[in-house]
Design a protein. Sequence first.
Lengths: 108, 117
Amino acid sequence: SQQGEEDPQALSIQEGENATMNCSYKTSINNLQWYRQNSGRGLVHLILIRSNEREKHSGRLRVTLDTSKKSSSLLITASRAADTASYFCAQGSFKTIFGAGTRLFVKA
Amino acid sequence: DVKVTQSSRYLVKRTGEKVFLECVQDMDHENMFWYRQDPGLGLRLIYFSYDVKMKEKGDIPEGYSVSREKKERFSLILESASTNQTSMYLCASSLSGLAGPRGNEQFFGPGTRLTVL
């Protein structure tokens, strides 16, 4: 399978703490994207990082990319209860490959 | 805002029935996708389409077919539903090309939870 892998599978933290999720992939990429899915809903695009970028920020989100290790990480700073969701990394334009996701639970 | 709608949020069908799942997007996107999502397996691509009447198989096309007669509409068809097709089905659309800060961002519908009895 070409599917990427996220780590950890599940994460539980207190509100205000930082949450870090990791993604590993197997093939070369043009870019890598992160999506969020609230329970029982469709996915929402969060951020895209291109293969020539090492780090990208968007609000409380920080994404890093290490193409030599074929890995990426998503950091959510100062987490809130509303950040409770599943987070997926994705690669590819047409035959997009999604990881299995990290389930994040932020306790108020 | 881009809107992707799916015909049903919940659907219950019987084994052997023909099932149609409809997806409509209102942003003139070239590309449309059908995924299924199962616990622990993430999203798996069933079929995608990059233009009207064009379709490509994804990773798990067996037991499914698709139709794209109009640019805004992409239908997923289960010719003879089976219990192992019980799943959450997600439709998505995107623009062609990789330019721009959001690249080939996909916009998702709310999903259809299909149960086959």
